[in-house]
Design a binder for this molecule. Structure first.
Ligand code: HEM
Length: 149
């Protein structure tokens, strides 16, 4: 087969490669980190978690559960978890959610109390309402691992 007779095949090959490259480009689009940015990146998330901890200490519905915990460890691990869930460049390396919370017999009311404190802490840090709702939505799938059934 000479070059002239290969022309149609070459054209088809070029179109196919072009489509494949175009397609793979859209597959490789960067992950959505817009929520992470709205939360003020890792530093903003760390501030929210810190303020949430102050609220927990004052909250009679749940503060007894947190007595004697390693505050720095809790703060670091929850910050990493929220950072990762919101699309940030962090990796949660804390304990398994189900195992950790199983012995606490967490009720619906206690779960809601913690979510409420998180929302108040985001409010204190001027996180936009839309971003607050998006973060809570990311936490809902963890509910069955945390609440006691
Ligand atoms: C969406 C809800 C929740 C999330 C995402 C969450 C997440 C976490 C994370 C990431 C840690 C740290 C894990 C580690 O250090 O290895 C933790 C620890 C803890 N959580 Fe939760 N949690 C939730 C709900 C609750 C609720 C409702 C309570 C109780 C009212 C609770 C009580 C605790 C306590 C006491 C610890 C510390 C345990 C220890 O260090 O021994 N959590 N949680």
């Amino acid at each position: 087969m000479n070059l002239r007779s290969m022309k149609p095949y070459l054209a088809i090959l070029m179109v196919t490669v072009g489509l494949a490259l175009g397609g793979s480009q859209s597959l490789q689009s960067p992950p959505d980190n817009s929520l992470y940015l709205q939360l003020g990146e890792r530093e903003g998330i760390a501030n929210v978690v810190e303020d949430m901890l102050y609220l927990i200490v004052e909250d009679e519905r749940i503060n007894h559960q947190f007595k004697g915990i390693n505050v720095a460890q809790f703060h670091g691990n929850l910050t990493d978890q929220l950072c990762e869930l919101s699309g940030g460049p962090c990796q949660y390396s804390g304990r398994d959610m189900r195992e950790l919370h199983a012995a606490m017999n967490i009720t619906n009311t206690q779960f809601n109390a913690l979510a409420e404190n998180l929302i108040l802490a985001m409010e204190e840090n001027q996180v936009p309402t839309g971003a607050q709702n998006r973060l809570i939505k990311h936490l809902l799938p963890l509910y069955p691992d945390i609440r006691h059934f």
